[in-house]
Design a binder for this molecule. Structure first.
Ligand SMILES: N[C@@H](CCOP(=O)(O)O)C(=O)O
Length: 462
């Protein structure tokens, strides 16, 4: 298996080089040169596997022999041993049409742990094998940051700097990141939005001389390892439903911000998983929902919502989807991305738009609807949704009304977003790991957010 760039200007590279390259050196995103096809017989066998066993099988398809199987198995086992639920990502049935895929049983109570526990261990493994330093630079709208830090804190040979938008993440998200006092962790709070943070890191990764000189590595979903790790739970959830007696088609409703999670579902479907609809659920920052309904990809005004992790205008994995939408043609992708850079707008029409609408259903959830959904599910099912999952649940309700079954990806534990939940007078008990954060001192520097300023901070940190 080799990896190529969506913009076609990088010679095919192996798995480890792809992980280390992060953003492709031509400014594109790395994708597998071909998508492995999983036969019906293999799917049958996979149904019997535990989560770590399944992850090992899926990763093996993408890693080839670059990492010996015994080493890969240890990486996988270590990564999922940190989860609080034996099933790693259990599925809860609410009724015949609604299932919740709980992805928040990892150390930081968000779905990001599923990939970032693995990527942290993988970076550590590569650092030790190649005797090289790993300098991670990441941007977060709240969940990736804590999860990435947790994945590598205190690890030999690794340093990590995370940019988050100052005062635009939830209190628990902020505390999870900024109460870490390990010497290899730097938190910068940028005066701006998540899009500003993501633009900065993409600019710095695109400066290939700087990236190479300072060994910059990515932990965001621009890194293909993130996507591959997130495909696993689509398969696992599908198998769990089969075991719970469900037969027939299944759709997935995915709270969406940076398009990484739903792109992982798209990849799983392309590998052969029988997915019915992929439902893209956004909050009021609904550029992706507008794209699916109208074919116009154009950022609007930033809206602060109850689901801050999805307060994103420019979704980084969108480029990976364009690559497949346009028949894996890097020239078209390059043109479209150049057009986006010039006009902040991409327009898709005709057959391509029909294909988009065949690939995804989309639904944008307003602030009040998000809170209403939290209240309704709490009253009807006794199940407390976090506001991101509530967006996914609201979207899945449309399918349920048509008699279809959907699995809603529950991306975070509700305790991370108590500000929103309290608005509906629902009280919850925090898990001990979250409660204790409130007594700890914080370590964070507020910065303006020019590329130069961040570069200087990085140079002195690394
Ligand atoms: N919602 C994310 C934003 C970054 O997305 P990623 O999947 O590219 O890491 C967050 O919580 O930080």
């Amino acid at each position: 298996m080799k990896y190529i760039s969506t913009r076609g200007q990088v010679s095919p590279i192996g798995f480890i080089d792809a992980i280390l390259m992060g953003l492709a050196d031509d400014g594109g995103l790395l994708v597998p040169q071909h998508i492995p096809q999983v036969s019906e017989a293999t799917l049958q066998k996979w149904q019997e596997l535990s989560y770590p066993e399944l992850a090992l099988e899926i990763f093996s398809l993408y890693v080839n022999d670059e990492i010996p199987r015994a080493d890969l198995k240890k990486l996988v086992d270590d990564s999922y041993a940190t989860f609080r639920d034996e099933a790693v990502t259990p599925v809860r049935k609410l009724d015949d049409s609604r299932y919740i895929l709980e992805l928040f049983h990892g150390p930081t109570f968000a779905f990001k742990d599923v990939a970032l526990q693995f990527l942290g261990n993988l970076y550590s493994y590569v650092s030790a094998k190649t005797n090289s330093v790993i300098h991670i630079l990441g941007a977060t709208s709240g969940d990736t940051g804590a999860s990435a830090i947790e994945g590598v804190r205190g690890k030999e040979g690794i340093r990590i700097c995370i940019l988050h938008p100052h005062q635009k993440v939830s209190k628990v998200q902020e505390l999870q990141m900024t109460t870490i006092n390990d010497a290899n962790v730097l938190n910068l709070a940028v005066e701006g939005t998540f899009d500003d943070c993501q633009r900065i890191i993409k600019d710095l990764f695109a400066d290939v001389d700087f990236k190479v000189k300072y060994h910059l590595r990515a932990i965001n979903s621009i890194n293909i390892a993130r996507i591959l790790a997130q495909t696993v739970y689509y398969f696992y959830a599908y198998f769990q439903l089969a075991k719970q007696g469900h037969s027939g088609k299944v759709s997935f409703s995915v709270p969406t911000g940076n398009f990484g999670d739903i792109f992982a579902g798209y990849l799983a479907k392309k590998m052969g998983l029988s997915v019915d609809k992929l439902v893209l659920a956004t909050n009021e920052n609904n550029i992706l929902a507008r794209f699916v309904s109208e074919g116009v990809y154009e950022p609007g005004a930033f809206r602060g919502t109850h689901s801050p992790s999805m307060d994103i205008q420019v979704a980084s994995n969108f480029e990976r989807y364009l690559f497949y939408l346009y028949g894996e043609d890097p020239q078209t992708v390059t043109q479209l991305m150049a057009q986006f850079k010039a006009d902040s707008r991409i327009v898709v029409t005709g057959d391509a738009l029909k294909q988009v609408q065949a690939d995804f259903a989309a639904y944008s959830v307003g602030n009040e609807e998000c809170l209403d959904t939290i209240s309704e599910y709490y009253q009807k099912y006794g199940y407390l949704l976090d506001p991101h999952t509530a967006c996914g649940a609201a979207a899945s309700d449309k399918l349920a009304a048509e008699g279809e079954t959907a699995i809603v990806l529950s991306t975070a534990h509700p305790a991370k977003f108590d500000e929103a939940i309290r608005l509906r007078s629902i009280s919850q008990t925090y898990p001990e790991q979250i409660q204790q954060l409130f007594d700890k001192p914080q370590f964070v520097t507020v910065v303006g957010g020019t590329n130069e300023e961040i570069k200087n901070r990085l140079v002195s940190f690394f």
